[in-house]
Design a protein around this ligand. Structure first.
Ligand SMILES: Nc1ncnc2c1ncn2[C@@H]1O[C@H](COP(=O)(O)OP(=O)(O)OP(=O)(O)O)[C@@H](O)[C@H]1O
Length: 596
């Protein structure tokens, strides 16, 4: 797959094909080279190219240039591969171990790596010549040792990131040995950057090797690019062309490796992030294609046809009434969102979603994982990932068109607040809670620092924080997850917005704190008359605080109903199935028994 995508990249294709030809040129030397590379014939001395039987002529010692070039290519590639192998074995192994196990091992490995890195590589190789003698293979193996710290550092840093991933913890809990976790999970995460780095290291290795040979520090009995370059250089006034061939091969090989390295980086990066943001022209083309294939995306019929998949939708109440009532605060109509795939197509993940949220109302957006709840909420807030393409639809807030970036910036944070899912990762660890809240509030409200502090401390008390002053001056790591969520709720309501969008606000919290946070949202909503769009996959949360519910499935709304009717008499079979599966085993307060 990666190879396929590499070959689809024009630079990757050119680089790979040229590199393959160079490798074949070297590999075929033993049976395709027309002559013995060291056989000298007097009549061939400085013979020009195309001399009969000698395509590239002879050098100053009467040896066949083509045969020497072929053997030199094999020698160079072999020595560089040895260098790469040594660097990979030492650097990657030590980086994996240091990053994964940490502690004393990491300290020692880092110390050794830093010391090796501080050595002047080229000078050391020249000095070592007197000890190891004229062996290019040994010199390059030593160079491999010198370059290993670059792999060590890269891999260690990557492993430090991966080590904290939940799937690594899960593998540990599942009883996998450290060796299996490293080879199965950690190595997978680091291999792409290592492959990319290897192409650059190989390119540098070839240049260094040629440099050493040019200085006369290679094996004089074996043909080499650098050695051939030196010979030809000494003889440049007699046979100028002989400089060209090794120089061409050195340049072409290093250039191809850099091209392949760059292309690989693009390919692997794209694979990692699924797809990069599209060029505006490509977006326009995809929008046009989408319209053609889906008919008018404004039409209910089109929405239904996209979303159908055994679910009867709009007729059952998923669609918004056509008569837009005046107390509608937020209206999402026929929203279609897609993501570019790696083969430049578009995968739609939201298929014509329509919602209406009245002033002071709590609307739950519920559905299984991946049904498009967050994408819908993000499109209202204008925080969809960069790659996302909004293919159609309208989002209006109090009559204002939120597709207009200027309008969106004016209302976001001021009239629309946002409570995110992960409280801790949404607070910057380098600033105090108070600094972050004040910064947000003062960006939308023209008040002094002191006034902001007063208002926010009062608000922190209101959201149930016991010691608001201390919390105001605390750093995020000094407060608990539940407190952090309260802080974010305070931040969202501080500017007294008309609408709060809460994306799974209780998922990251433990059960008792969840109930408190839900009660807080409901209390604040009633106190301030705000509307709330609550994204959740939990019917318990819906039962607790929602007035109405929209159920989503596979990017489409399948049913919108008031909470009580949805629980007692869901219109759609899918809603019933979802209710059964989600209520099974979970404690849900019946909507009619919740505290107001
Ligand atoms: N950056 C992205 N690139 C490609 N596809 C994406 C991206 N972000 C989301 N999607 C896809 O969009 C679909 C809807 O995702 P969304 O996050 O809205 O689901 P959700 O209903 O909120 O699920 P969850 O409850 O698990 O968060 C999913 O299929 C997801 O794979």
């Amino acid at each position: 797959m990666t190879v396929k995508r590499l070959l689809r990249n024009p630079l990757g294709l050119v680089g790979s094909v040229a590199l393959l030809l160079i490798v074949l040129f070297g590999l075929c030397s033993s049976f395709l080279a027309p002559h013995d590379p060291n056989e000298a014939r007097l009549e061939l001395t400085n013979a020009p190219p195309m001399t009969s039987g000698y395509l590239l002529g002879g050098d100053q010692s009467g040896r066949d240039v083509l045969s020497r070039l072929m053997h030199a290519t094999l020698g160079t590639l072999t020595a560089s591969s040895v260098m790469l192998l040594v660097a990979l074995v030492l650097g990657v192994t030590s980086g994996l171990a240091a990053g994964y196990f940490g502690g004393r091992l990491d300290t020692v490995a880092s110390w050794v790596s830093n010391t090796v890195m501080a050595l002047p590589g080229l000078v050391l190789l020249i000095a070592l010549y007197s000890v190891i003698g004229p062996s290019t293979l040994t010199s390059m193996a030593v160079f491999g040792v010198l370059i290993a710290p670059s792999y060590h550092r890269l891999v260690r840093t990557l492993v430090l990131g991966v080590r904290r991933e939940l799937y690594v913890d899960a593998a540990k809990v599942a009883g996998l040995t450290d060796a299996r976790i490293i080879f199965r999970h950690v190595l997978r995460a680091v291999r792409a950057p290592v492959v990319v780095q290897s192409s650059f290291v190989l390119s540098a290795g070839i240049a260094i090797q040629a440099g050493l040979e040019f200085l006369g520090l290679g094996d004089p009995t074996a043909p080499s690019w650098g050695g051939m370059l030196q010979d030809a250089f000494n003889n440049i006034y007699v046979a100028r062309l002989n400089v060209l061939w090794p120089a061409l091969l050195i340049t072409a090989t290093t250039l191809c490796l850099v091209l392949v390295g760059n292309a690989l980086r693009d390919v692997l990066q794209t694979a990692h992030t699924q797809a990069r943001p599209l060029h505006p022209k490509a977006v326009a083309r995809l929008r046009a294609d989408h319209r053609l294939s889906a008919g008018s995306i404004e039409s209910e019929a089109a929405v239904r046809s996209i979303a159908s998949d055994s679910v009867s939708t709009a007729a059952s109440g998923s669609a918004v009434s056509d008569s837009v009532s005046t107390d509608v605060l937020l209206s999402v109509r026929d929203l279609v969102i897609g993501y570019p795939t790696t083969d430049a197509r578009l995968k739609t993940v939201v298929h014509g979603v329509s919602l209406e949220l009245r002033r002071g109302e709590v609307l739950g957006l519920v559905g299984e994982s991946g049904s498009g709840k967050s994408q819908t909420a993000f499109s209202v807030l204008g925080i969809l990932p960069r790659q996302a393409v909004v293919l159609g639809g309208a989002v209006t807030f109090d009559g204002l068109d939120l597709r207009d970036g200027k309008v969106l910036r004016e209302v976001r944070g001021k009239r629309i607040g946002y409570v995110p899912q992960e409280p801790m990762s949404n607070l910057d660890p380098s600033f105090t809670v108070g600094a972050q809240l004040s910064h947000g509030l003062r960006a939308v409200k023209d008040i002094s620092r002191a006034q902001a502090r007063r208002e926010l401390t009062e608000l922190l008390g209101r959201v149930g924080i016991k010691d608001p002053r201390r919390t105001f001056d605390a750093y995020p790591h000094q407060i608990s997850g539940g407190m952090a969520q309260r802080v974010l709720i305070a931040g969202a309501v501080a500017a007294e917005p008309d609408l709060i969008i809460a994306d799974e606000p209780t998922t990251a919290l433990d059960v008792t704190v969840q109930a408190e946070v839900l009660d807080l949202i409901r209390a604040l909503q009633q106190e301030r008359g705000m509307a709330v769009l609550l994204v959740t996959h939990n019917f318990g949360v819906v039962a607790d605080i929602c007035d109405r519910v929209s159920v989503m499935r596979q990017g489409a709304v399948v049913e919108t109903n008031d909470t009580e009717s949805l629980f007692h008499a869901p219109r759609e079979a899918y809603t019933r199935t979802l209710l059964d599966s989600m209520l099974d085993g979970s404690v849900v307060r019946e909507p009619w028994t919740r505290s107001a």
